[in-house]
Structures are given as C-alpha cells and as structure tokens.
Unconditional design. Structure first.
Length: 311
C-alpha cells in the first residue's frame, strides 16, 4: 500500500547540515578507506560485556511481518509469489513423489523493518567518508558502502520508552526527541547511553499499521536534529524506532531528512526503522543484548531485518 506523503518545502542540501564544512564531515575518524562507520565501536570486549545482560533467556523479535499491504515510503512496494517449479500435472518428483514450494520476491528492500546502510543518504551527492555518487554508485550495486560490508551487530541495546514518558499509547506526530527528552527518559529508566550501544525509541507508532495507515505515513514522532548530534557524540552504533523514518515529521525546519544526514553521511551511524518494540516496552526491558545479522545483498543500500533482543 502506498502512502500519501507530500513535501511542500524545498531546501539547499548544504544548508541542511549547517556547519558541516567546518566539521569536515567528509573525513572519517577511522581513516579514508573506512566503509563501516560507527560499527567500528563494536569490539570483542564490548560483545562479551553485552552478553552478560542475558539473565532470563527471553527473546524478542523486533522485525515485523511484511506483505503487499505493508505501508511503505512511496513509491516502495512489495509482494511475494509462491510457485511450484516443474511440478504441474505430475504427482511429484521421482518415485517418492517429492513436491516443494519456492518463493519469488518482487519489491523494494526498504519495506517493513529495515537497516539503512551508509550508502543510503548523502549531502549533495556526497556520502559517508566523502564518497561521491559518481565514483561508487552503480545500477548493478554500490562499489563502496554496500550493505554486505556491515558486520554483525552484537552489542548492548537500550530502549527509550517515549510513549510511557508522555503518558500515551501513541506519541503524537511532530514530537521531537532532543537532548532534554532523551536525558529525561534515560534518567527515569535508570539507564546510561554508552559508546557502542544501539539506541531504540518506543513511540507506539507501529500500532497504527492496519488501523490508520494514512496517519502512519503522513508524519511521525521521532529523533530531532540536536538529539541526533547528541547520540552520535555518545558514539552509538545505530539508532532505531518503531516508526517508518526514525526522525520527527513534520521536520523541525525546512531541511529535509537532516537527521538522516547527520547519522548516516556525517557520522556513519546506522538507522533501524519499523522495529517492533511493543513487547520490550511492556516488559520494561530497557537494556538487553541486541543481535542483528542482516541479509548481505552485495552492493545493496538497505536490508530487510529481524533483529533480536535477548534479556
């Protein structure tokens, strides 16, 4: 299902990042050849420490089921076709009559729960670590920053329950999460955001799917510009939410997807969208072992994902 989403504003992309030039964001702290960005924060000792968070063995699937009706940012769409190759008119293959089903997927990768790679969004055709579109993007696959380069994400996960903070089931669209809001919720929950974490916001927004798809796609609560700078300053690996675009919409200014620019292009921080956070919030599971091994589509920009939280 397509969502009506209209942007009436225009913007000069360089203006979207303010002092980006002064910060020389095109040069990664991990060197000119780096392609994995904030994933560099994940060290073996961090994985071992995160594994210590597992106390009960309870697991949470953070990915949502996807079908042709799943709302997606237009013009994205998705469908599955089930076929039985070479079996028409026969009882099965061989004397033991073996039959089987296969599936064909037609659609965009950025549907449902997804990981935005570092080649997804840039600033005036320049992407993470100064990679210029003409030098690395090809219709057959990215020559750099492909989604297959992203290492397994095994680290500490932190849930910030924004719905509980605002005392509502669904946080209102246009509600921005900036430094004040992030620090207040973290303090209230008794959690500290640390380098190497994956930070996830629960807003209740995902519950609108199938009930009010129009509202779901027309806006959302989410991360604000100052909040994005705050989290990248903390050294988080990725930021996610139970929303389709992570950042607050309507935007805080005329700038378009500025939070994406700050996270992906300027800092190499990954984005996780449409995560199912309802059970984590219900159980007040504010820190956990986060595990993600995404499909490694060579040269891909994104991946459909089903991360797992383990307590």
């Amino acid at each position: 299902m397509r969502i009506a989403f209209v942007l009436s504003c225009s913007v000069a992309l360089l203006g979207a990042v303010g002092t980006a030039s002064a910060q020389d964001w095109t040069k990664s702290k991990w060197g000119p050849n780096d392609e994995i960005g904030a994933a560099n924060y994940m060290k073996p000792e961090l994985v071992v420490k995160a594994a210590g968070l597992v106390k009960t063995g309870k697991t949470y699937a953070l990915g949502i089921p996807v079908d042709s009706k799943t709302p997606a940012y237009p013009p994205r769409a998705f469908k599955v076709t089930i076929v039985q190759p070479g079996q028409a008119g026969i009882p099965g293959l061989g004397p033991n009559k073996t039959t089987y089903n296969d599936d064909i997927i037609e659609g965009w990768v950025g549907v449902g729960s997804q990981l935005d790679g570092l080649g997804h969004l840039g600033i005036e055709h320049v992407y993470y670590n100064g990679n210029k579109l003409a030098d690395f993007a090809d219709p057959t696959g990215l020559k750099k920053l492909g989604i297959e380069k992203v290492p397994p994400m095994v680290t500490r996960g932190v849930l910030l329950d924004m719905a509980a903070h605002y005392g509502t089931d669904v946080v209102k669209e246009g509600t921005a999460f900036n430094v004040k809001e992030i620090e207040e919720v973290a303090k209230k929950q008794g959690v500290e955001i640390r380098q190497g974490d994956v930070v996830i916001f629960h807003t209740g927004w995902l519950s609108l799917i199938g009930k009010d798809d129009k509202r779901y796609g027309a806006g959302e609560p989410g991360l604000g510009v100052e909040g994005a700078k705050y989290l990248t300053g903390k050294g988080v690996v990725a930021v996610g939410a139970d929303t389709w675009g992570l950042e607050v919409l309507p935007f805080e200014s005329k700038n378009i997807f500025e939070v994406h620019q700050i996270l992906l292009a300027m800092n190499g921080t990954y984005i996780l969208e449409n995560l199912d956070t309802a059970e984590l919030a219900k159980d007040k599971a504010y820190e956990f072992l986060f595990v993600l091994g995404q499909p490694r589509f060579k040269g891909g920009v994104q991946s459909m994902i089903n991360p797992v939280a383990i307590r």
